[in-house]
Design a protein. Structure first.
Length: 131
């Protein structure tokens, strides 16, 4: 059974492949500008699986179909980049590994990073707004 949150899987894939800002993927600056314009997907709303686009949050996301996915994947990659830059690669690897075996991601996040996931996401959004 896969216990890794979908946002983490997709964020790692986008970040580690270097796709942020490539082809139709949004650049970090364009992701930040889009978030500043009020468009943001809380990563926890991104679900794993083949029917991810069926979730109401994603289906009703306020961007065109193609743009929506390029933005979301790029946003998730930016979250991964921020976690690594802010807390270090070693903590991120610990979090990633523990996420593979523990389905209580909220607890794993708190144990590794010392703050609640929802509080981190609020801090990420605040950081974007001041940059």
């Amino acid at each position: 059974r896969n216990t890794v949150p979908g946002w983490l899987l997709e964020g790692i894939a986008t970040y580690s492949s270097g796709m942020i800002g490539q082809d139709s993927y949004y650049s970090k600056n364009k992701v930040f500008k889009t978030i500043k314009n009020g468009i943001f997907l809380n990563p926890i709303d991104w679900k794993s699986g083949f029917l991810v686009s069926e979730s109401p949050t994603v289906r009703d996301f306020p961007l065109s179909k193609n743009d929506k996915y390029f933005f979301i994947y790029s946003e998730l990659g930016c979250v991964i980049e921020d976690l690594i830059h802010r807390f270090g690669k070693d903590l991120f690897i610990d979090y990633m590994k523990r996420s593979m075996t523990d389905e209580d991601n909220e607890s794993v996040f708190f144990e590794v990073y010392g703050l609640k996931y929802k509080d981190y996401i609020l801090q990420f959004q605040e950081m974007v707004l001041i940059n």
